[in-house]
Design a binder for this molecule. Structure first.
Ligand code: F2R
Ligand code: MG
Ligand code: MG
Ligand code: MG
Length: 309
């Protein structure tokens, strides 16, 4: 039986959360260290025998999904309120993101903080890591998709590369959500048609040429959008039929493992649906107030919103 659209919504949010939570165990470790610990993806996946906890990637995705489920579009004020309501610093936020959210919390001029904390704004991957729900909701309208991905970035990420990283992940999620039989060349040409900057175009062109897992590392494993968004996209395109390979291969790159696996996991889950995520991994996702059941329910609410509009 085919994968239903509702299963894809659930697969996307849960795929992101599981990737984030598993990757979060290894954030900032080196590839060499991880390769010594885990000889292959299976040994990494089998390592999960107890509860895994998600990080800021999932927490900020939940905020965006809540706003979309409630309003059907990204609105600045509700989004900032949702970032604040979901903020738990111990989940491990980026330096800039933390300062912006704390300014929101304190009623300070958070827009000025977002503009000035880094020269030209943040080009971190924080906007890309949380944008997947935008791809689900706006899958049918490219222009709106790009605009809404930008709106979802702006409270914290005003640098064009930070915004474009989010637009590319949203576009990737939108594309696979509508796809039943994955065509790699068509996927990359769709993404290139949603991409303005020479920097991201060059990285995407390199990603399109990756045909072996060993070639993924050259795309990067860093905290900047440009050093992680094309890598996550390439990992999915390499193993579209396996959720565990898609997240496992990027976690074994080391570096920003939670975010690489969150982005790759969101795309993979949107393609394969919730059934594509091994039940034994999903069952270990934290069952806190906004844990597995909440995320599943949020995906249903998002799906209902999508059907209404
Ligand atoms: N930050 C982490 N993990 C490390 C800390 C976890 C630890 N447990 C703890 O809290 O102590 N992970 C999360 O951060 C990444 C997303 O970051 P985001 O939201 O983009 O934040 P930020 O600060 O805006 O950007 C990240 C870094 O990129 C560099 N950078 C960005 N723009 C820059 C610019 N214009 N010039 C120079 N550098 C720039 C800076 O180093 C930023 O700090 C995810 O990995 C998420 O999991
Ligand atoms: Mg994180
Ligand atoms: Mg930031
Ligand atoms: Mg990270």
């Amino acid at each position: 039986m085919g994968v239903s659209l509702e299963q894809r919504f659930q697969g996307c949010l849960c795929g992101l959360a599981v990737g984030d939570a598993l990757g979060g165990r290894f954030e900032a470790q080196s590839a060499e260290h991880l390769r010594q610990r885990f000889s292959n993806v299976d040994s990494l996946i089998n390592y999960v025998t107890d509860e895994i906890w998600y990080t800021d990637d999932t927490q900020m995705t939940i905020a965006i999904a809540e706003v979309l489920a409630d309003h059907g579009e990204i609105l600045e004020e509700p989004l900032c309120a949702a970032f604040v309501a979901n903020y738990v610093p111990s989940r491990g936020y980026g330096r800039g993101a933390r300062m912006v959210i704390e300014a929101m919390e304190d009623g300070e001029d958070h827009r000025a903080v977002a503009r000035k904390h880094f020269p030209g704004g943040s080009y971190g991957n924080g906007a890309a890591m949380r944008v997947a729900p935008v791809g689900l909701i706006f899958q049918g309208n490219s222009e709106e998709l790009l605009k809404q991905a930008e709106f979802s970035s702006l409270p914290t990420h005003v640098h064009p590369l930070g915004i474009e990283g989010a637009q590319l992940i949203a576009a990737a999620v939108a594309y696979v959500t509508k796809t039943t039989s994955f065509d790699r060349a068509d996927f990359f040409s769709y993404l290139l048609s949603h991409c303005q900057s020479e920097d991201h175009r060059a990285k995407l062109a390199a990603a399109a040429k990756v045909e072996l897992v060993e070639q993924l590392a050259k795309l990067g494993n860093g905290i900047e959008a440009l050093e992680s968004v094309p890598t996550a996209i390439a990992s999915f395109a390499l193993t579209p039929d396996s959720y565990t390979e898609t997240i496992g291969n990027v976690i074994l790159l080391g570096g920003d493992t939670d975010t690489l696996a969150a982005m790759a996991g969101a795309i993979s889950g949107a393609y394969l649906g919730i059934e594509g995520i091994p039940a034994r991994l999903l069952k270990h996702l934290e069952e806190s107030a906004k844990g597995r059941s909440y995320i599943m329910d949020l995906a249903k609410r998002l799906f209902q919103r999508h059907q209404e509009t």
